[in-house]
Design a protein. Structure first.
Length: 423
């Protein structure tokens, strides 16, 4: 009898309370409260078949934190060894504590009961939701490639912080224009918008670039200290090497600079000069023009400063003092073609005159800034009739052409000694 009793106790008392997926088993009261979701289904496993009659049903119940019974549903598995404890239709209440209670009235087909009550405490997890999406503030340089990020950091109701996907209102970001731009996006599960503020910082290295004419050597050639093959040889430029064209002389000789920084004259037939580039149509704003001139600390012996912008084919006139210039006037112009480029560098306004004619072309209101290089009107014939109205692109033999009105304005208003910077 004693052996039978022990076997019977071992046979029917051993019980495991688990999740639908396996968990730690217990046979006595669990001290640590477990957190589960509101639709949790408990699975009570026995090592022998049990009866799920009214007595057994009354022996398995769940109490809320007010010690009231919860409306659960009990189901017996096909093999009779597992009882499923299903939650109320609406689930358990988030944040509440519950106790799964099993007393000693559960019995098997032979009417034998399991010895000893069992209780299991659990709590229902609160739903985790987004309480805040952290907005973004970024800065990039003008012209820098930039792509809107695919994820943003969100704060959760449980105190956690994770990255979530975001859908922006645009995928195109133009960084060519300086300024502050705001983009809005949506994050699933969050009603408000997330914003990204992008500060595009002016990058003058991107905005202002020198308009250098680079030619290629057709064969090995000496370069000279004067426009003569009999003058002193200063060095040799190898076939295929690149040189910068500084000025030309009647389309026959070109003063060049090698990549080693040496200077000299080369014959035209030794050079492959590229075609004229297109005019840069991305015009600089007033803020950008003034910002660059003042950043570079340009100075002038008069209250005016002139910037000939070859890239944009504009003449910009500023008024003020070093570091504090304001844009006064912008005029469309036509500088030299690549085969006769306008000299680059810093110069000053010199003499002037109302008219000149060279025997093949003339112009009104000329103002000299460097040797043969002048500001003057669009090209005219000997009778002062306009023969070429071209402005806004490289078209001259090196001088800076302006409209008749603008050339007269320069003639009338730019005093001797005014600094001229040609880039």
């Amino acid at each position: 009898m004693k052996t039978h009793k022990i076997t019977k106790e071992l046979l029917f008392f051993v019980m495991i309370l688990i999740f639908l997926i396996p968990i730690k088993a217990f046979g006595a009261e669990e001290k640590k409260m477990q957190e589960v979701n509101k639709d949790k289904i408990w699975s009570i496993n026995f090592n022998d078949s049990v009866l799920l009659d009214e007595i057994s049903k009354e022996s398995i119940y769940i109490l809320d934190d007010m010690e009231k019974k919860v409306d659960i549903t009990l189901e017996l598995s096909n093999d009779g060894k597992t009882i499923l404890v299903k939650p109320p239709k609406q689930g358990y209440e988030p944040g509440k504590n519950y106790v799964l209670q099993i007393n000693n009235q559960i019995h098997n087909a032979a009417g034998e009961t399991i010895i000893g009550p069992i209780s299991f405490k659990f709590t229902i997890e609160r739903p985790v939701y987004i309480v805040k999406v952290n907005n973004i503030n970024l800065s990039v340089k003008q012209g820098q490639a930039f792509t809107l990020q695919e994820k943003v950091t969100v704060d959760l109701s449980n105190g956690g912080r994770v990255d979530k996907g975001v859908l922006w209102n645009t995928t195109n970001v133009d960084t060519t224009k300086a300024g502050t731009y705001t983009f809005e996006g949506n994050v699933e599960g969050y009603d408000d918008k997330v914003s990204l503020t992008l500060n595009i910082i002016i990058d003058y290295n991107y905005l202002v670039k020198p308009s250098i004419v680079v030619a290629e050597l057709t064969w090995d050639s000496y370069f000279y200290n004067d426009m003569s093959l009999y003058s002193q040889r200063l060095g040799i430029a190898k076939k295929g090497s690149k040189v910068e064209i500084i000025v030309d002389k009647s389309f026959e000789w070109y003063y060049i600079r090698t990549k080693e920084g040496k200077y000299g004259w080369l014959k035209r037939n030794t050079l492959i000069i590229p075609k004229d580039p297109e005019t840069n149509t991305k015009k600089l704003t007033k803020m950008e023009l003034e910002g660059y001139v003042n950043l570079m600390k340009f100075n002038s012996s008069t209250v005016y400063f002139i910037w000939v912008d070859i890239s944009h084919q504009n003449v910009n006139v500023f008024q003020g003092t070093k570091g504090n210039y304001k844009l006064l006037k912008t005029m469309s112009c036509a500088t030299g073609k690549n085969i006769s480029p306008t000299i680059r560098g810093s110069f000053t306004i010199q003499d002037r005159g109302p008219w000149f004619y060279t025997g093949k072309s003339g112009a009104r209101y000329w103002v000299r800034f460097s040797g043969a290089y002048l500001f003057h009107s669009i090209a005219m014939d000997a009778n002062k009739n306009v023969k070429d109205y071209t402005l806004g692109k490289r078209a001259s033999e090196g001088c800076v052409r302006l409209s008749i009105i603008d050339s007269k304005w320069v003639y009338d208003n730019m005093p001797y000694g005014t600094n001229v910077w040609v880039n």
